[in-house]
Design a protein around this ligand. Structure first.
Ligand code: ATR
Length: 283
């Protein structure tokens, strides 16, 4: 009899542009595992059925837009990584018990540290206050960074500040996106992270920060990976800054999910190569 097959999936809507299947399937192949990762496009109203089925059919799954918050009430337990930021991107099926985790924040920290070295104590400007920004800001604060959040909708940034105060007793500074204000915040910073969707296809020429607002002491990470070299990263290179592209965070959060599901060390180089190939194929 053949060994059993393990199934993993991505639950979201839409999922067609996702690189996660390419990343995880490359890892399974490299480790010669009998496992498959599939993207399951889940229309509004079907999330609970897909999650119920996952208890029997899968060993775990990823959750993406728009279900990272909605999925929480359908799980049996939440790890602290998920309960802190109130969002789940990874679910592990432990013999029918579904446990929710969030690897986005830790994935971003690993991406930063692998590319830039230790980040604890850094002064960081984060653009954005949505779901992705929230996971990143929580992790930065836990690393002992001083964080300034710059968001178009200031009330949304204030809401993020309130949860951070309540859950971690931490304070962040909030600013808007006006050029002068941003430039001033950046002049005293070590790191800029774009955690908004600005610059993503079909608007690759959009950016909230240009080269004249940056100095070479500031490193710049973009979480956008479509296109891979965003306008922001090109502006940062022009200013002489070190840069970290959006595939880095994507691959490290995937590697952390992989480890949670399989308990095996993820083949990072393979995963990075697969992500690059899939991203370039789609640009
Ligand atoms: P995600 O879960 O990917 O973070 P999200 O929760 O919708 O998605 O958050 C998107 C972020 O990008 C928000 O910070 C949003 O700013 P607002 O809170 O003001 O909406 C930001 N964003 C999206 N488009 C933007 C634009 N054109 N200019 C500035 N900020 C933008």
């Amino acid at each position: 009899m053949s060994r059993p097959f393990s199934l993993y999936m991505l639950v979201g809507n839409p999922v067609s542009g996702s690189l996660s299947p390419a990343i995880h399937n490359a890892a399974f192949r490299a480790l010669r595992m009998r496992a498959l990762y599939v993207a399951v496009e889940t229309p509004q109203g079907y999330l609970s059925q897909v999650v119920s089925a996952s208890r029997f059919w899968t060993k775990g799954f990823n959750v993406t837009i728009p279900y990272k918050v909605d999925v929480m009430s359908l799980l049996d337990r939440l790890d602290r990584s998920a309960s802190l930021v109130e969002a789940v991107n990874t679910v592990v099926n432990r013999k029918g018990v579904l446990v929710g985790y969030n690897t986005d924040g830790e994935g971003a920290m690993r991406a930063l540290e692998k590319n830039l070295g230790p980040i604890s104590g850094m002064r960081v400007v984060v653009l954005g206050a949505g779901g992705a920004a929230r996971a990143i800001v929580f992790s930065l604060v836990q690393k002992g960074c001083q964080v300034v959040v710059a968001n178009r909708t200031v009330s949304r940034a204030e809401a993020l500040a309130a949860i951070l105060r309540k859950k971690l007793g931490a304070e962040i500074r909030i600013i808007g996106l006006r050029k002068r204000e941003l430039k001033k915040a950046l002049s005293g910073s070590d790191l800029l992270i774009n955690a908004t969707s600005v610059g993503m296809l079909p608007h690759p020429e959009d950016t909230l920060v240009t080269a004249d607002m940056l100095s070479p002491e500031v490193s710049v990470m973009d979480i956008v990976y479509k296109p891979l070299r965003t306008r922001l990263l090109r502006e940062a290179e022009k200013a002489g800054c070190r840069t970290v592209d959006g595939l880095q965070m994507l691959v490290y959060q995937a590697a952390l999910s992989f480890k949670l599901w399989t308990r095996r060390d993820p083949p990072l180089h393979t995963m990075m190569r697969a992500a690059k190939r899939a991203a370039e194929g789609r640009e």
